[in-house]
Design a protein around this ligand. Structure first.
Ligand SMILES: [Zn+2]
Length: 404
């Protein structure tokens, strides 16, 4: 089943048994097997993947032509002809991820192993779609040129942005979402402009995927990621599947209420988490207390100087985050909640150190192997890398779910 949304076609996690065993599915099965078991010969691949040797030969031939598999010499067996072996080539193709915020675009180009080959942050003149498309087109082409890759090996681009997607009462929550994009099919707009395959995902989910592929969530199948972007987002991975909701808006954690009768939020509610624990809230709080702040890095400088205003914000932010984390734990039963994104590492660390997590949580149990809350590891390129990783996974992972 597929539904058309502002993000473009959104695939659900239903995999169609034999019906899905078409040529492109079989290609991904072969690639995935070789990647995990290299070097591997045709007969071994055919046996393990349940395909005929002829089918495997045809697939290998096309994968070799595309540069995704390399011949890697012969293996001499106990009897019979030595079998030609194949290896996966992580540099045979690449993908690009671009995180869009109202004022900047963050770009990461990765190879098939998820290694970051090129990264760049660029300013946007404004938050309009035309300006973003022009900037993305330029930065993506710069990334391809600078990394010395051939256009023909470009698998596609993952566009990552803050929600909410589509039209809702949260669409005008001011400053943190991208205004005027509500009625646009974003996937189609970028795909036509860039001339490549495009996936659109919200920033928190993309960041969660990045942590799962190459960060602290490696080996975790159920976890939540609280993403400090322009506002606050929540990526939820449960049983290896992304929880997206009907419009891709699951995880708008910035607008859950952690203080009844609290500060008024642009969304119309009072006491939203985003008013206390986001980067924007830190800047407002500091400004109200007479401290001028420019960039995120200034926050870590203030922390190093033990700025009283910043320490007060941290205490209050940690209190609200603790409540939100308790809710997230009771809602999703994750193995851990990860904090990360566009906040300096030292600030995230200071927030985690100040958390006072609620006792009344399903996550509060004695047999825990890992902490309830972990710090993300990929820094400010996390979401962009996640967008790029989604494209790679679409090419080399046999199921249409992100993991498995
Ligand atoms: Zn709100």
């Amino acid at each position: 089943m597929m539904t058309e949304t502002a993000m473009g076609k959104r695939q659900t996690s239903i995999i169609g048994g034999n019906a899905g065993r078409n040529r492109s599915h079989n290609r991904r099965v072969v690639l995935d097997f070789v990647r995990a078991n290299e070097p591997a010969g045709r007969a071994e691949i055919a046996r393990s993947c349940g395909l005929s040797v002829q089918a495997v030969s045809n697939i290998i031939e096309s994968l070799e032509r595309e540069g995704l598999l390399l011949a890697a010499g012969h293996r001499v067996g106990a009897r019979g002809k030595p079998a030609l072996q194949y290896r996966f080539d992580p540099d045979g193709a690449f993908s690009v991820g671009v995180e869009l915020r109202p004022d900047i675009a963050i770009c990461a180009l990765i190879n098939l192993s998820g290694e970051m080959i090129f990264s760049e942050q660029t300013d946007l003149a404004d938050a309009s779609l035309s300006c973003a498309i022009e900037a993305v087109d330029k930065v993506v082409n710069r990334a391809i040129r600078a990394s010395g890759r051939a256009q023909k090996n470009w698998l596609g681009t993952g566009i990552v942005m803050p929600g909410p997607f589509g039209m809702s009462e949260l669409s005008f929550a001011g400053g943190t979402a991208l205004p005027g994009w509500e009625h646009v099919n974003i996937r189609r707009a970028f795909s036509e402009a860039l001339g490549c395959e495009v996936i659109v995902e919200n920033d928190a989910t993309a960041a969660a995927i990045s942590e799962r592929v190459s960060g602290v969530a490696r080996g975790l199948d159920s976890f939540c990621f609280i993403y400090f972007g322009t506002g606050l987002g929540l990526g939820v991975i449960s049983g290896g599947h992304v929880q997206g909701g009907v419009m891709g808006n699951a995880g708008e954690i910035g607008h859950i209420i952690t203080a009844s009768e609290g500060l008024p939020c642009a969304c119309g509610n009072h006491g939203c988490l985003e008013m206390y624990a986001s980067r924007t809230s830190a800047l407002h709080f500091l400004e109200k207390n007479g401290v001028e702040v420019g960039s995120g890095d200034d926050l870590s400088q203030l922390l190093a100087q033990n700025s009283e205003a910043l320490l007060n914000w941290l205490d209050s932010a940690a209190e609200h985050l603790s409540r939100a984390i308790g809710m997230v734990e009771n809602l999703f039963d994750p193995e851990a909640v990860i904090l990360g994104g566009a906040m300096p590492d030292t600030i995230i660390e200071a927030l985690i150190a100040r958390l006072n997590l609620p006792r009344g949580s399903v996550a509060n149990r004695k047999d825990r192997a890992i902490d309830r809350v972990l710090q993300g590891s990929s820094g400010r390129f996390t979401a962009a890398m996640g967008g790029a990783a989604m494209i790679v996974h679409q090419t080399i992972t046999p199921s249409i779910t992100v993991f498995n």
